[in-house]
Design a protein around this ligand. Structure first.
Ligand code: ADP
Ligand code: MG
Length: 231
């Protein structure tokens, strides 16, 4: 499966897997992702939304648009078929206008995940150390404070436990001011799964699960991006 998706991207001269392709590959590896389907028309977006159950999220699906919200390609919390139809048209129109050259596959339809603590898991390759995993809290905490931890792949259980605990924001995961504590053991397992996945797929250049919503029971990645090494 991984090979088929990677081969398809390569045959199109791409080193970027779309969100849908990335999620499919990750799901096969047992990594928890929010159920996501490609819609190539307004009608299909509506019928998929009905099957998934409202509220849903629509996002532009294009190998040429990496930062979907910056591009105006994300609509959250859509509660009715009517809202989904309108969001589909809005997204396609906005993107066609702003990025006339972009190859558009359609729109990714997914369930709106319940709120959780946003964390990120990333992989990049270091010239000396090879693949390195990164863990941090999502949103402004990672962007402004660079509050992240790193470990070299493959991760041992102990590495995963340390990675989660050494970020400065760790108290937020333990349940700060009456907030629910998140399932830290689940996050550790997730890091191990990502490490195994990276180890088994040397063609991957970068991986981003940004964000993962962490809960008191489990966690789910709502966005994913995979970059391949140049062929
Ligand atoms: P990008 O990073 O390409 O701009 P994302 O897919 O990460 O786009 O979406 C932007 C933001 O929207 C996310 O950081 C997250 O807060 C929210 N979001 C995305 N998908 C979902 C979802 N399925 N359920 C709930 N919130 C979501
Ligand atoms: Mg994202």
């Amino acid at each position: 499966m991984t090979t088929r998706i990677i081969d398809k991207a390569r045959s199109e001269g791409r080193t970027v897997l779309t969100e849908i392709e990335s999620k499919e590959v990750l799901q096969k590896a047992g990594i928890s992702i929010i159920d996501t389907k490609l819609a190539t028309s307004r009608e299909e977006a509506i019928s998929i939304s009905r099957k998934l159950g409202f509220p849903v999220v629509l996002k532009i699906a294009s190998p040429d648009i990496v930062h979907k919200s910056d591009a105006g390609g994300v609509r959250l919390g859509l509660k009715t078929a009517r809202q989904v139809g309108k969001a589909y048209d809005d997204i396609m129109q906005t993107i066609r206008q702003k990025y006339p050259q972009a190859r558009l596959q359609g729109v990714a339809v997914q369930k709106m995940a319940r709120p959780g603590v946003e964390v990120i898991i990333g992989m990049s390759r270091d010239a000396q150390f090879g693949p390195v995993l990164m863990f941090g809290l999502g949103g402004i905490l990672v962007e402004v404070l660079k509050d992240v931890s790193f470990r070299i792949v493959p991760l041992a259980k102990r590495d995963a436990a340390e990675m989660v605990r050494e970020i400065r924001g760790y108290p937020l995961l333990e349940g700060y001011r009456g907030q629910e504590a998140v399932d830290v053991a689940y996050l550790e397992e997730l890091l191990i799964k990502v490490s195994n996945f990276v180890e088994q797929n040397p063609e991957l250049k970068e991986l981003d699960l940004n964000p993962v919503f962490a809960y008191s029971d489990g966690a789910v990645a709502v966005d994913a991006r995979i970059m391949l090494e140049e062929a």
